[in-house]
Design a protein around this ligand. Structure first.
Ligand code: HEM
Length: 409
């Protein structure tokens, strides 16, 4: 075998690669763009055109049984029966025709009127979180702002009673932690917690649904009950949709805020431009989503044998769609490594594309624009903390964010 024929091996899981995967993604894209990772046990797509095509490809399934089965290893699944029941109707995990039916209903929780009514909730929540730290002149963006913001907002949008909010969020988090646990980790304890979380979350939702049914309001649960009933769908499936919305919207928003602020603080000229021209906020937020997305990878499973970029991929294979890698592809974006808050026609894939395009994209954009507008207006001198360092997350290929992000202002 000649040198050029030898298979190149890239380690996607080193600490360096998890912290800043883009140099490695660029290397893989230029040398072996449809790459099989032995360590991960999946194909990894790095070109924009391949990732975009895969997001629209009906031969690829979002039903990730293969992936979950691998993660479960030898776990006795009788300890997660409640978890499995709740996960059974997750929108993000479904293929047509079931996905089509459920998505039509889920969309009715995100009407234009509802979205507009949430604007004031987002503004008030952002202000009240910043009120708590304003006089301290320093904060941890993650603990004080970005973790709390989406939790309070989603609790208010669902109109979860105050006394139940902490449990609602904790159970959601226990479910998400197990769902996203990297394989190899000792997962039995996480599994048990997730199962308790699942039954408790389901019971709370059932109780709220029963109360709301008596008098529907304008909250998202009421909108979804009405949609379920109009479409004669079984309300037993509603808790699954609620946990999907809660968890899909939580970690993503929590991670987007420090990821975006990190870009701004590392590019003072762009930060200055945004302060001088606040009207650039929308394109600035899109550029943050493009350059450092909170979900750099999403997965699919091949339903049949297929060929991508000349590589033969057999039925049942797991395929990692490199959203972050695609967003840095020079074939698609001019000077892709440059953070340019005025970039236009920014067709990044950070919210996915096609059937599973992010249901919360408008809400996410609204949260990010209001959050950054408010932060820069109220704390115009915000900077990295001089004595504390930001700690990035380094656990997962699929989620990218920070554990903590100290700043002063
Ligand atoms: C903050 C930034 C966010 C990012 C970057 C993001 C990203 C994504 C991506 C990439 C997908 C598609 C996954 C796939 O095709 O495999 C997705 C789907 C989804 N997102 Fe988001 N998301 C964000 C915020 C939100 C919010 C705030 C909500 C709701 C409150 C939400 C709810 C959903 C739901 C329900 C789906 C599943 C849609 C379906 O399967 O039809 N997301 N999101």
């Amino acid at each position: 075998m000649t040198f050029s024929q030898q298979k190149r091996v890239y380690d996607l899981f080193t600490e360096e690669a998890l912290l800043n995967p883009y140099p490695l993604y660029n290397q893989i894209r230029s040398l072996d763009p449809v790459y099989f990772s032995e360590d991960g046990g999946f194909w990894f797509l790095t070109r924009y055109k391949d990732v975009e095509a895969a997001l629209n490809d009906p031969r690829l399934s979002s039903h990730l049984k293969v992936l979950h089965a691998r993660q479960l290893q030898n776990l006795d699944i009788s300890i997660i029966t409640n978890f499995i029941k709740l996960m059974e109707h997750m929108l993000i995990d479904k293929d047509p025709p079931e996905h089509t039916r459920m998505r039509k209903i889920a969309l009715q929780g995100f009407t234009i009127n509802a979205l507009e009514s949430w604007r004031s909730i987002i503004q008030e929540t952002t202000d009240s979180l910043l009120d708590r730290v304003q006089d301290k002149h320093s904060m941890d963006i993650v603990a004080d702002l970005s973790t709390k913001l989406p939790s309070v907002i989603i609790s208010k949008i669902f109109d979860v009673p105050e006394m139940d909010r902490q449990n609602f969020l904790q159970w959601g988090a226990d479910i998400a932690t197990f769902w996203g646990a990297p394989s190899g980790q000792d997962i039995e304890e996480l599994a048990r917690k997730a199962d308790i979380g699942a039954i408790s979350f389901t019971n709370l939702m059932k109780q709220i649904i029963a109360e709301r049914k008596r008098l529907l309001g304008n909250d998202m649960i009421s909108l979804l009950i009405a949609a379920f009933e109009q479409n004669e769908m079984n309300l037993e499936q509603l808790p699954s949709l609620c946990v999907n919305i809660l968890n899909a919207g939580h970690v993503t928003t929590t991670d987007s805020i420090p990821n975006g602020l990190n870009l701004l603080l590392n590019h003072p000229e762009q930060l200055q431009k945004l302060k001088e021209t606040p009207g650039l906020i929308n394109s600035a937020v899109e550029e943050m989503f493009r350059l450092d997305p909170p979900v750099p990878v999403t997965f699919r499973v091949a339903k049949e044998d297929l060929t991508i970029g000349g590589k033969e991929i057999s039925s049942g294979s797991v395929i990692a769609l490199g959203i972050g890698a695609a967003n840095h592809d020079p074939e698609k974006f001019e000077l892709p490594e440059v953070f340019d808050i005025t970039r236009s026609a920014n067709e990044h894939l950070s919210f996915g594309k096609g059937l599973h395009f992010c249901l919360g994209a408008v809400l996410a954009r609204m949260q990010l624009t209001i959050c950054f507008n408010t932060l820069l207006r109220r704390m115009p001198n915000i900077s990295f903390h001089p004595n504390k360092v930001a700690v990035p997350k380094r656990t997962s290929l699929a989620f990218k964010g920070f554990e903590s992000f100290p700043v002063k202002f």
